[in-house]
Design a protein around this ligand. Structure first.
Ligand SMILES: [Mg+2]
Length: 228
């Protein structure tokens, strides 16, 4: 008996977009170093790349964008807040959600199922929640967990454990939907959940077999209904 359907965000509820990461950091660099932003943008991108690599190597530890920017912007007089705002604004312009997301989440609610979100992110909750609200998705998600507020990221058991506790459903009655074989499918399976992989995204491969595969969220209600 399925009681909850829980989601990843990037590439799952939101659509994958090819973004020039250096361009995103250039928005922050233009605030931090208006006279010569390019080297700072490069430094920020390198810090972010190292951040993801190091944090994963250290057991999927989590962190925040603010700490990341401060690690580069060591001079205290720099406008870190302004830089963060510009960086977040640049990303906001790229965000689009799966056109089926509202109908799918509404359908899950109509079936009496709990819904939730667990996102690996160093961006703050306010940013994510504002994007979800713009898309009409915020109130359709019973719980929203962002790893920027947690000690660990997916696939760490701590992250999935926190999600299951928040939604109040045992693992064997929960489905996790995501686009990353390691973080989403392997992690959720290890936590005891059923999994749906949204396939075909440009993400790290991992030797794991999901319980179901889809191209987009379209078709998810049929998969869940078959499991009920
Ligand atoms: Mg994702």
């Amino acid at each position: 008996m399925i009681q909850a359907v829980l989601f990843d965000w990037g590439g799952t509820l939101s659509q994958h977009v090819d973004v020039d990461l250096l361009e995103m950091w250039r928005a922050a660099a233009q605030v931090l170093a208006p006279d010569d932003p390019d080297p700072v943008a490069q430094q920020l991108l390198e810090a972010e790349t190292a951040w993801w690599r190091t944090n994963v190597e250290h057991g999927d530890r989590s962190g925040t964008t603010e700490a990341l920017v401060r690690s580069v912007a060591t001079a205290t007089h720099l406008d870190v807040e302004g830089a963060l705002e510009a960086y977040h604004r640049a990303w906001g312009a790229t965000v689009a959600h799966d056109p089926a997301a509202v109908a799918v989440l509404t359908g899950l609610r109509e079936r009496g199922l709990r819904t939730g979100l667990l996102s690996n992110t160093h961006w703050p909750r306010a940013l994510h929640d504002a994007w979800l609200a713009d898309a009409g998705l915020l109130d359709l998600l019973d719980v929203r967990l962002y790893t920027c507020e947690m000690t660990h990221m997916k696939p760490h058991p701590e992250a999935f454990g926190a999600l299951l506790r928040a939604v109040g459903v045992p693992a064997e009655r929960a489905v996790f939907v995501g686009d990353r074989p390691r973080d989403d499918v392997w992690g959720a399976q290890r936590a005891g959940m059923r999994t749906v992989l949204l396939r075909g995204r440009p993400v790290e491969a991992w030797d794991v077999v999901p319980d179901a595969e889809l191209d987009t969220l379209d078709g998810l209600l049929e998969v869940v209904d078959a499991w009920r």
